[in-house]
Design a protein around this ligand. Structure first.
Ligand code: C2O
Length: 523
């Protein structure tokens, strides 16, 4: 194992897209930011120096930070922000994971421009469990706004209304030729006939689940969220914000130019965003003048594709890739996902929209939860998050618009170290329906079942897949510390669709967490 060191200089740079230049926050002046390239078993040291006039913190999305929440990154959850002019070194080991993950700013909406890939190669001499690709490529999908993203966010918070949709989607930071002034901002990937390519696809968009496809070429899905899958072939993938998907593509078509395309999947009854980002897959030796072939994507509201696609994701569970699927549960949690309202004198109509788990909208604390937990600071949070919603009802029946007395509070749930938790996430018809990509920090979870309608506590558990469920970080309870769980749609996170778990090894000071590093940013 090696020690890999990176220097991240957070700064403001002018970047021009869609005929406008604007200042954006970057790492090392790059958009998207640099790729972290490591091997399983390595120790990684990333020194983040903040030169920008914004508070900053960086999250290593999907990395299991064993006993080491101090390096996880979400602001006010595991650390206070790195202030202007200050530095913090994220120091962590890459243990038991290989594949594609990513890093991003974890404060306000700054991840709109502050993000990059993490590529973890297997240990030396360990091949991939699929045909070795000739070459690989990182594909970061994102969103672009004309306006400053912090302004867009504030608008959404203050008015209690969704902020404007982004002005473009992007592939490796580039919208592609379907957008104005974007011809030269087109991502192109050159391929040679007969060769195989591994695409490491990451959805870094703030608020959109995306379909992604390449005209004329099938994908073989081999990994999601740094977990190998049973390979399957598909014409398009579906990827939620926070998720990663590795696919193999063979350059087996007539040499030419083929569009790759990304466009939102949206099953909510809100204005449909049909903006398509495009890039080009170009066979070697083909002139740029040849018009590319268009890519076909599922319809924006194709929820059947979504359901079937997600059902195809299975782990490689086998003696060689043991998945360690828990066969019994120590504790059951049932969380409803909904929206609520609360009064807000400065907002339109005097009300503000809130997003809730068990009818509670999470309020960000002023002190990091992990510090409060580790040093036993009182008054920062209450560890009384309810295991069940206030009252059971038909969650998915007719839309429920009545006020449910939604509360706002910093409440989290205490979980015993080394215990196995069953968590049912029940989407509801409270104000509106929408698909929510839930992300758990510090751990992966097994998706043992998914379906439409109300969870049935008798029938549904009988159908759990305890054989080869996919393991994800965004859809076994863990090491000690405090771990954030939230919807990876930034809009919903901002409205309170989040909570945390405090994992403890017993009464008294939590020995399962290592002591904090000396340069941890003070609150
Ligand atoms: Cu990718 Cu809490 O984040």
């Amino acid at each position: 194992a090696a020690i890999k060191k990176y220097q991240f200089d957070v700064q403001v740079n002018n970047v021009s897209r869609l005929c406008h230049a604007k200042p954006i926050v970057t790492v090392n002046g790059r958009f998207p930011g640099p790729t972290i390239y490591v091997r399983e078993g390595d120790r990684v040291l990333v020194n983040v120096t903040n030169h920008a006039q914004y508070n900053m913190s960086i999250h290593w999305h999907g990395l299991k930070q064993y006993r080491n929440g101090w390096a996880d990154g979400p602001a006010y959850i595991t650390q206070c922000p790195i202030k202007t002019g200050n530095s913090y070194t994220y120091d962590f080991n890459v243990t038991g994971q290989r594949g594609t993950l990513w890093w991003h700013a974890h404060i306000f909406w700054l991840r709109a421009t502050v993000y990059g890939a993490i590529v973890i190669m297997p240990k030396p001499g360990t091949p991939f469990p699929f045909p070795q690709p000739n070459r690989e490529e990182v594909i970061l999908l994102g969103e672009w706004w004309h306006t400053d993203v912090e302004e867009v966010e504030k608008q959404g918070q203050k008015m209690g209304l969704p902020p404007n949709m982004s002005d473009a989607h992007t592939i490796n930071g580039k919208p592609g030729p379907l957008f104005p002034c974007s011809e030269k901002h087109t991502f192109a990937m050159e391929v040679e006939s007969g060769k195989t390519y591994l695409l490491r696809i990451i959805n870094a968009a703030l608020n959109d689940e995306l379909f992604f496809a390449i005209a004329g070429h099938n994908f073989t899905v081999v990994e999601v969220d740094a977990v190998y899958t049973k390979p399957f072939t598909t014409e398009a993938i579906l990827i939620a914000p926070g998720q990663t998907t590795n696919v193999l593509v063979q350059a087996n078509q007539k040499p030419g130019r083929y569009f790759m395309a990304a466009r939102p999947f949206n099953d909510a009854p809100i204005p449909v965003d049909n903006k398509t980002a495009t890039g080009i897959l170009q066979y070697k030796g083909i002139p740029n003048s040849l018009l590319p072939t268009l890519a076909q994507l599922p319809a924006s509201n194709d929820s059947e594709f979504a359901l079937n696609y997600n059902k195809k994701l299975r782990s490689l569970n086998s003696p060689k890739f043991p998945a360690d699927v828990p066969q019994k549960v120590d504790r059951k949690l049932f969380y409803t996902i909904g929206f609520g309202k609360d009064s807000c004198p400065t907002c339109v109509n005097g009300t503000r929209l809130l997003a809730t788990l068990n009818n509670i909208s999470f309020v960000m604390p002023q002190t990091a939860l992990l510090q409060a937990h580790y040093f036993n600071l009182k008054g920062v949070f209450k560890a009384d998050f309810p295991d069940k919603p206030p009252k059971p009802f038909n969650y998915t029946g007719a839309p429920l618009t009545a006020s449910l007395g939604t509360s706002r509070a910093t409440r989290l749930s205490k979980i015993a170290f080394n215990s196995t938790i069953e968590l049912v996430l029940q989407d509801t018809n409270l104000l509106t329906v929408e698909s929510h990509p839930f992300h758990l920090h510090g751990y992966n979870f097994f998706v043992v079942g998914t379906g439409i309608g109300n969870f049935d506590p008798v029938k549904d558990p009988a159908n759990y897949n305890l054989v080869d469920p996919i393991e994800r970080n965004t859809a076994a309870v863990p090491t000690g510390g405090v771990w954030f769980m939230h919807c990876h749609l930034e809009l919903h996170t901002g409205w309170g669709l989040k909570t945390a778990f405090a994992v403890e090894d017993g009464p008294g000071p939590d020995q399962s967490v290592l002591p904090p590093p000396t340069d941890l940013p003070p609150c």
